[in-house]
Structures are given as C-alpha cells and as structure tokens.
Design a protein. Structure first.
Length: 131
C-alpha cells in the first residue's frame, strides 16, 4: 500500500462534531488490511450511536493538493471522506496521522512500525501531505 496505512493504528484523539468520543470505545484501535478496515472496540459505551458495523472498505483519492481516505462503513462516525496529514513524531519516534472531515478529527499512531527502519518513508509521507 503506497500510503503505509496497512496495519494497526491506535487513536490518540477522536472528536465527532467537536465532542471527544474516544472514551466511547473500549479499545481505541483501527486495523487496515489490504482493502478492509476494522474499527476495534467501537462499543456504544456512551449510547450515542445505536447501530454500527466494525468492518468496512477503504480506498484513497489524491488531487493536486491533498490525499484523502474514503471509508465506506455502516458507522455514522467513520463513514466519511478524510483529508490525510502524516506526522513525523520525532520525539516519540512514531508515525502518526491526522484524519479530518466535516464532522471528525482524529489523530492516530501506527503500531508495530519500526520508526528508524522507515524514517525515509515517514519523511516522504509527511512532506507529501504538508499544508
């Protein structure tokens, strides 16, 4: 996958319509396989979302200025188009991503990802999505 999305991501921040809903999840994880996303632990702990699926599809689109992640899932929070901004967290040696849509802002860190081994790729991803 050209944008390093495959793998596990844990959520540092998750806002929906300006409300912090990360606490609604029992496990704050996203897993991207080849073309499927699984939103782990999206339990309705805060009774906001009566019906949702934890699995869906994803793909990318790129225009002249931005890269976007399109999630197709029966889940009112995550079924959306997100602008992607990669973050090279040099202090904690992590690849992070900020995903922003009209209603959602989230920041996630990639798990089980060797920072030093992938540093050139991380720098390239961050430059590609810099504002």
């Amino acid at each position: 996958d050209p944008y390093s999305f495959q793998g596990m991501w844990s959520l540092d921040k998750l806002y929906y319509k300006s409300e912090d809903i990360r606490y609604c999840m029992s496990i704050n994880g996203l897993v991207f396989d080849e073309n499927e996303i699984q939103i782990s632990g999206f339990l309705n702990k805060c009774n906001l979302y009566p019906k949702y699926d934890e699995k869906g599809k994803y793909h990318f689109i790129k225009d002249q200025n931005n890269l976007y992640l399109i999630l197709t899932i029966n889940n009112q929070v995550f079924n959306d188009t997100f602008k992607i901004k990669y973050i090279n967290d040099t202090r904690d040696k992590l690849l992070k991503v900020e995903l922003t849509s009209r209603n959602v802002q989230l920041i996630a860190r990639k798990g089980l990802y060797n920072y030093d081994k992938h540093l050139k790729e991380i720098i390239k991803l961050e430059e590609m999505t810099r504002d």
